[in-house]
Write a protein of this length. Structure first.
Ligand SMILES: *Cc1c(COP(=O)(O)O)cnc(C)c1O
Length: 395
């Protein structure tokens, strides 16, 4: 199956077929080449790969020159509408390589809104040791973006929707401001997945995924991706190679398998999350529901303008203190208490106990993360069962 004319095909078709040429042995999918190295019939053939004359030549897996990894990368580039994708051992590896490749000592990053805890730590604690500083803007401070972008700002980074408030940011508007001022726009698209949103189409320069979440979809692999133009990916690839951050071939094989069902999974999760959000919105013990698919939600209009679906993540605020909220969480039977997201099994977490545990109470207040907040990752169980579980736990 050629990946060339992929744009003309529907998203589900591309999930199944994009990036997967027919295996020479007739295998119906790309096979698992677990090898660390590849052999050559002659020195000339080896030099053709080393010197770049053989397109798609295989050489050494840490370099990414491995057919299983490259097939996965072609599939993911296609689904995000990008020219090139590099696969990493984790989402954090992908982010770290991106920041290191595009920022030098003295350069600056603007990070908008709530971001994944590991991203925050990387920007706040690791990168300053290399002379790379970050300005953090709350979503409510978006009007300050133009002045926050300095002469040496290289990257404007954000997630949309965000964790745990599901804030939705206008990607087109931010990318336009960043471009005018000479900065790249980098979007972490983990929460939405490429089923619901393609940031490159909205003007972003690079898209990052924790493939550990929706793309993997079964809570059984760890991986990351960066997607964009070959020019922007070249320096990222050099860091990946020399920091040894490549995705393992077994993981690439498993991830390609997961992505063949991505659109079916995420569309079902979108539908169930909408039903759960509507149920919670009507519940007397629930003070607030954060879900982009609710017409009354502040980010709904922007979400409609840039997303094809509203995702499987939502949060709500229970009318009770930290302990009473923990008791609700503990009464759930179908939802498992866990910090991750995007799998076939529904997960629940109280942000103050996991993702935002290390944050001071004042900072949590500033960011609108109350003790009674509960975050749900909606899986593939019957929505009636999930609603029944929540109804019982809420009492
Ligand atoms: C999980 C996550 C990451 C980090 O990904 P890992 O695969 O755990 O390294 C980054 N961004 C978001 C939004 C995430 O949910």
């Amino acid at each position: 199956m050629s990946e060339g004319s992929a744009k003309a095909r529907g998203f589900s078709t591309r999930c199944v077929h994009a990036g997967e040429p027919l295996d020479p042995q007739g295998g119906i999918h790309i096979p698992l080449y677990n090898h660390s190295t590849f052999g050559f019939p002659s020195t000339r053939a080896l030099l053709d790969v080393v010197e770049g004359r053989t397109p798609h030549g295989n050489l050494y897996t840490r370099y990414g020159l491995n057919p299983t990894i490259r097939a996965l990368e072609r599939k993911c580039a296609d689904l995000e509408g990008g020219a090139l994708c590099y696969a990493f051992a984790s989402g954090m590896a992908a982010e770290a390589a991106t920041f290191l490749a595009h920022c030098n000592a003295g350069d600056h990053i603007v990070c908008i809104g709530d971001v994944y805890g590991g991203t925050f730590e990387l920007l706040q604690d690791n990168l300053p040791t290399l002379g790379i500083e970050t300005t953090f803007l709350l979503g409510s401070e978006m009007d300050r973006l133009p002045e926050a972008i300095r002469e040496r700002t290289r990257i404007v980074f954000f997630e949309t929707p965000t964790n745990p408030n599901l804030e939705v940011f206008d990607t087109r508007g931010i990318a336009e401001t960043a471009r005018k001022r000479g900065a790249l726009t980098v979007v972490d698209n983990t929460f939405a997945s490429p089923v619901n949103q393609n940031p490159l189409e909205l003007g972003a320069d690079l898209v990052i995924h924790s493939a550990t979440k929706y793309l993997g979809g079964h809570s059984d692999l760890t991986g990351g991706l960066v997607i964009g133009s070959p020019e922007l990916l070249a320096p990222i690839g050099l860091w990946r190679k020399n920091l040894g951050q490549i995705m393992a071939p077994e993981v690439a094989f498993l991830l390609a398998r997961s992505i063949r069902t991505l659109s079916v999974r995420v569309r079902a999760q979108n539908r169930s999350a909408q039903q759960v959000a509507e149920f919670l919105e009507r519940h007397p013990r629930v003070l607030k529901v954060n879900y982009p698919g609710l017409p009354g939600f502040p980010g709904h209009a922007i979400a409609r303008s840039q997303m094809r679906g509203f995702g499987g993540m939502l949060s709500f605020v229970y009318d009770g203190d930290a302990e009473a909220t923990a008791a609700v969480v503990d009464r759930l039977r179908i939802f498992s208490i866990a910090a991750s997201l995007g799998g076939v099994e529904s997960l629940v977490t109280q942000p103050i106990t996991t993702t935002h545990h290390g944050m001071s109470p004042e900072e949590r207040r500033r960011r609108g993360i109350p003790d009674g907040m509960v975050r749900l990752s909606i899986g593939l169980e019957d929505p009636e069962d999930l609603i029944g579980d929540l109804a019982r736990a809420l009492g």
